[in-house]
Design a protein around this ligand. Structure first.
Ligand SMILES: CC(C)(COP(=O)(O)OP(=O)(O)OC[C@H]1O[C@@H](n2cnc3c(N)ncnc32)[C@H](O)[C@@H]1OP(=O)(O)O)[C@@H](O)C(=O)NCCC(=O)NCCS
Length: 148
């Protein structure tokens, strides 16, 4: 089943809901200060949330540096996964990039996160490198890139 959430830019008032989802879906969640930085202080951010009935059910946090976009974080709350929510966030991100000079999108994903890797491949991202010990758990990350 596919659902059609409202996708909009993230607001400071979304921080508590983002943090709650972050803690539910990741075993090694971002801290409050990491999320606050991206929503409140990141000067070149493209941060989106997906909402159902005004509740945040997923989010995509990214930032632009000249002609590159760095996809920092993408998560969908457990009850709403596999229903096209992340796809909606990605599509909105790519729509917004059309009006920018961005030529490449980069991301890092844990080598063991097979679901996310499958998702990114489906969206045209290719593996270009491995960063050893990227996460503070010691896990390696795949670097994936998509040209626009
Ligand atoms: C990865 C994630 C964001 C995908 O969100 P989603 O809303 O479930 O994804 P969508 O429904 O839009 O897309 C589903 C497609 O992605 C791929 N996919 C998503 N989860 C998958 C899984 N667990 N295993 C295999 N493929 C998966 C498949 O291609 C799937 O298509 P299919 O259902 O036709 O097979 C979500 O699973 C999530 O939040 N995971 C936990 C947080 C996380 O790991 N984030 C990525 C950090 S880099």
């Amino acid at each position: 089943m596919t659902i059609t959430p409202v996708i909009r830019e993230a607001l400071p008032t979304d921080i508590e809901q983002l943090l709650a989802i972050e803690r539910r879906v990741f075993t090694d969640p971002w801290t409050r200060s990491q999320i606050e930085f991206e929503l409140l202080k990141q000067p070149v951010a493209l941060n989106l949330v997906a909402c159902m009935n005004e509740d945040v059910i997923g989010y995509l946090l990214s930032y632009l540096v000249v002609d590159e976009l760095h996809l920092n974080n993408l998560a969908v709350d457990n009850d709403f996964q596999k229903q096209g929510v992340a796809a909606g966030l990605m599509q909105e991100m790519f729509n917004r990039l059309e009006a920018t000079a961005v030529k490449h999108c980069y991301l890092e994903v844990a080598v063991t996160n097979s679901g996310a890797i499958a998702f990114y491949r489906r969206w045209g991202f290719d593996q270009v490198a491995i960063r050893k010990n990227y996460y503070h758990t010691g896990e390696d990350a795949l670097v994936m890139v998509k040209g626009l």
